[in-house]
Design a protein around this ligand. Structure first.
Ligand code: ASP
Length: 595
């Protein structure tokens, strides 16, 4: 029986008792079906929800059709809304009613499913991604994408309200260095030449400022060929923005307003502004990382001075070598079992460390005492140590000797792991923090050259410019990173708008004048023709959606993501191409190394 599926009267999430006795037309997927006391019941699902359909054998042929239904068949029905009486399902928005079906049309049948849509049982990720359109049917997955839309809309509206305009930038372009490998696209028309897919629209947005657009914001895809981790995808989306005639505070204030709007629209939460600020140095000192999770304590503390008098070779060696000894206090950590602390030590070794000295603070016969681990070395300074680091009976103290960089890395790791183990991270808390005053460049010992902390277009702080020639490592930059609960959510800077400074920075980074000309001539040219001071920022949109929707991975918030091996199980991309295609491009593929 034909049902006018193009004239649905309601969605499957809409009907309430107020519609009782009305005749309605619904369409959607069979979520589940069951026979019960001669009746057949079907839960019909669409993007809005579920409605229970009742097929009564007494009411014509629809019941016979209903009995042939399988999960995920697509049907349209017409029927009367009736009360469920005492069988109300309080868990469903439509749970007080059901539709007694008169007519049904099966619009499309569903084959045997690789996994059920209606339950949450996860099979392998490969399978979920291969049949991603089925996975996307799940209401909890759909919810994430609806939140993604809400966030994107909030961003667009906010920037529109603030007189930004959205302009697209090219995908087939030249390399824009953001610290990753480029994805390359061979040119057929210019054989032997390659486009690079943009790692970001950085240079184009700067050109927009030079072009006089004043305020630009774009939601844009970026491409970075990196080794994939849980929080990386080869293509990802940024909210990219730039403003002319601004200083750092102007950009940061604009961003704070946008973040407020995102939280309001997505979660109905009011976040206070301005956000806290911290210099990179303070962040490294207190947390060992430049994107600290400030929701909980256990901060890193420098005990180098105290350890000078301690007769413990491991600490002594670190100090004699110009390093530091730092520690963190784990409240209640004395209760941690040997298994847990040994496990942590192994993890530290796994990421390159040599160990994780620990002591527990206990109540001894004569007051505070240290036990286990390196206690015997530190007992002489037990009271002083506990006083200085604020440790009490029942706590544990974890130490790390070594270079500042190593100590930071391993104690940051320890702090993060302990936060989970000791369950100290407050729920429903959103700590937004700006980290500022990064070093402009850091020395890369492997490459034996200076590298930008952000990218080569970041401006140095005015009063530090003089040190570019004498002590580049001390020069701070005009960058700002926005951190949310320990995750970097956005990063940007005031840019260099003077050609000479830009050339100087290229030289400092070991980019020769010829190379700079070859790669960035267009930028250096543009800087000759009246460039306003400008600055901007980019947010990783996927990461915002991931955090705000409580998702575990970026793959959960991208409709058709790549796996950790950078492949798409749905389309089987990347794939080989025909010899004819390669010929056209003047390319040959080298024999692959044997595995
Ligand atoms: N282009 C930078 C990035 O992608 C952001 C910025 O500096 O605006 O991280």
């Amino acid at each position: 029986m034909a049902v006018a599926y193009n004239k649905r009267t309601h969605s499957c999430g809409e009907l309430r008792t107020s519609e009782i006795d009305k005749t309605v037309t619904l369409a959607g997927w069979v979520n589940t079906s069951r026979d019960h006391g001669g009746m057949t019941f079907v839960d019909l699902r669409d993007h809005e929800g579920l409605t229970q359909l009742r097929f009564n054998p007494q009411l014509g042929s629809a019941h016979g059709v209903a009995r042939t239904l399988h999960n995920e068949d697509v049907i349209a029905v017409t029927g009367r809304v009736v009360s469920r009486g005492e069988f109300v399902n309080a868990k469903l928005a439509t749970g007080e009613i059901e539709v007694e079906v008169n007519d049904i049309e099966v619009l499309s049948r569903c084959d045997a499913l690789p996994f059920q849509v209606h339950d949450k049982i996860d099979t392998s990720e490969e399978l979920l991604l291969r049949y991603r359109y089925l996975h996307l049917r799940r209401p909890e997955v759909q919810k994430v994408f609806r939140m993604r839309h809400t966030i994107a809309r909030a961003i667009r509206e906010y920037f529109h309200d603030n007189r930004f305009i959205e302009i697209e930038t090219p995908f087939l372009t030249k390399s824009t260095p953001e610290g990753a490998r480029d994805y390359l696209v061979p040119s057929r028309v210019q054989p032997g030449s390659f486009f690079a897919l943009p790692q970001s629209p950085q240079l184009f947005k700067q050109l927009f400022m030079i072009a006089g657009f004043d305020r630009y914001a774009q939601i844009v895809r970026c491409f970075r060929d990196e080794d994939l981790r849980a929080d990386r995808q080869p293509e990802f989306t940024q909210l990219d923005m730039e403003m002319a005639f601004v200083e750092r505070d102007d950009v940061m204030t604009m961003v704070e307003g946008c973040v407020q709007r995102i939280f309001k629209d997505a979660l109905n939460i009011d976040v206070p502004v301005p956000f806290a600020r911290m210099t990179e140095q303070e962040s490294m000192d207190r947390f060992g990382i430049d994107r600290p999770d400030t929701r909980y304590g256990m901060e890193l503390q420098d005990v180098s001075a105290l350890m000078k008098d301690v007769d413990f070779r491991v600490f002594r060696n670190a100090l004699d070598g110009g390093g530091v000894v730092k520690c963190l206090v784990a409240p209640g950590g004395a209760a941690l079992t040997r298994k847990v602390t040994d496990g942590l030590t192994e993890e530290i070794k796994g990421i390159g460390g040599t160990g994780l000295p620990i002591v527990k603070v206990i109540e001894g016969e004569k007051g505070i005492e240290l036990s286990t681990g390196v206690a015997k070395f530190l007992q002489p300074i037990a009271v002083k140590l506990c006083e200085q680091v604020g440790a009490s009976v029942g706590d544990a103290i974890f130490f790390m000797p070594g270079t500042f960089a190593d100590v930071s890395k391993y104690l940051h790791y320890t702090r993060t792991r302990l936060a989970t183990i000791l369950d100290v991270i407050p729920k429903n808390r959103w700590d937004l923090l700006w980290v500022v005053d990064f070093p402009l460049v850091v020395w890369d010992e492997d490459a034996k050259r200076w590298c930008s902390t952000h990218h080569p277009f970041t401006a140095p702080i005015d009063e530090d410019v003089a040190m570019l020639d004498t002590d580049p490592g001390k020069v701070r930059d005009k960058a700002y990173d926005l951190v949310l609960n320990g995750t970097e959510m956005a990063g940007g800077s005031i840019r260099i708008h003077q050609r000479e400074v830009q050339s100087k920075i290229f030289r400092l980074l070991g980019i020769s004048d010829e190379e700079a000309k070859e790669k960035f001539e267009f930028l250096l040219d543009a800087l000759r023709f009246g460039a306003p001071p400008h600055g901007g920022i980019a947010f990783g949109l996927d990461r915002w959606v991931m955090l705000l929707s409580g998702s575990q991975s970026l793959r959960d918030v991208i409709a058709f993501p790549k796996t950790q091996r950078a492949i798409c199980p749905l389309t089987n991309a990347p794939g080989t191409v025909s010899d004819a295609q390669l010929d056209e491009l003047f390319l040959t593929v080298k024999p692959l190394p044997k595995k």
